[in-house]
Design a protein around this ligand. Structure first.
Ligand code: NDP
Ligand code: 8X3
Length: 253
């Protein structure tokens, strides 16, 4: 039977590109996000282009009961999950911490850290039972460095980095691989979400340099997952040429 990948946050950006990349390799897909209509459209696109089954699981990763129900209710022939891509995540706002919005902090920590833990716990248990699997956590350069006004988003992604290392340590004897992928600036809906729908402000983030695109990260995820059994890709930091460190972009002109 074909391998199965479970991707959170598949309704746009890196998650959507990852779904398309794995579909092209014949993987069966379980796709999650909150926006069901976006997932439906992606399923239609994938089924039109590739002969792979797609199962949609729309839920909010912050809702622990919904996460558990979604996994418990998987049909028997979808029980085995070979790859989990923990991609759902977001940044909200850009301000100094002493002027920050605690509601935005809660959403970032609940989504990027607790949501990732909820889904990983239940799917890791399945992988341990199988004696095989691969968890890919999408961190960020914000999880390796900090940049001005990135404070809580950076902290949440530093937590993802720590959890990636902890998971690798605890799963190494269980046949389950763990990889952390840490991108710099990728043009997706990320900045539109960060700036609360201000498209012009979001577009300005990517002006004057060649940013990464979601397919660049999807390629790295697929490459990490497709290495031989004895090889684990621990950690990849992937940056635009023009972004040598977090928060610094060399713009033209
Ligand atoms: P997008 O905003 O395009 O995609 C984010 C995805 O996460 C969407 O599918 C969104 O779907 C989903 N999501 C957000 N909150 C939840 C939730 N509570 N439950 C389920 N799904 C959720 O941004 P990117 O593709 O850029 O972001 C993907 C990941 O990559 C994030 O973890 C981000 O932090 C990380 N990243 C992004 C970088 C960038 O520059 N773009 C750089 C480094 C890391 P929906 O709204 O439908 O729920
Ligand atoms: C987002 C990375 O550098 O665009 O996770 O803030 S950056």
């Amino acid at each position: 039977m074909s391998l199965t990948v479970f991707i959170t946050g598949a309704s746009s950006g890196i998650g959507e590109a990852t779904a398309l990349r794995f579909a092209a390799e014949g993987f069966r897909l379980i796709l999650n996000a909150r926006r069901d209509q976006k997932l439906q459209a992606l399923k239609q696109e994938i089924e039109a282009r590739y002969a792979v089954p797609v199962l949609l699981k729309p839920f909010d990763v912050r809702d622990r009961a919904a996460v558990e129900l979604a996994v418990d209710s998987l049909p028997d022939d979808w029980r085995n999950i070979d790859v989990l891509v923990n991609n759902a995540g977001l940044a909200l706002g850009l301000s100094q911490f002493f002027e920050g919005n605690p509601d935005q902090w809660d959403t970032m920590i609940d989504t990027n850290v607790k949501g990732l833990l909820y889904i990983s716990r239940v799917l890791a248990a399945r992988m341990i039972e199988q004696g095989s699997g691969h968890i890919v956590n999408i961190g960020s350069i914000a999880g390796k460095e900090v940049y001005d006004k990135g404070n809580v988003y950076c902290a949440s992604k530093h937590a993802v980095d720590a959890l990636t290392k902890a998971m690798r340590l605890e799963l190494a004897t269980k046949g389950v691989k763990v990889t952390g992928i840490h991108p710099g600036a990728v043009e997706t809906e990320f900045s539109i979400v960060r700036f609360d729908g201000d498209v012009a402000r979001a577009k300005a983030v990517y002006e004057g340099f060649e940013n990464l695109v979601a397919a660049d990260i999807a390629e790295a995820i697929y490459w990490s997952v497709s290495r031989p059994a004895h090889v684990n890709i621990n950690d990849l930091v992937i940056m635009p040429m023009a972004q040598p460190v977090a928060g610094v972009v060399m713009r033209k002109g």
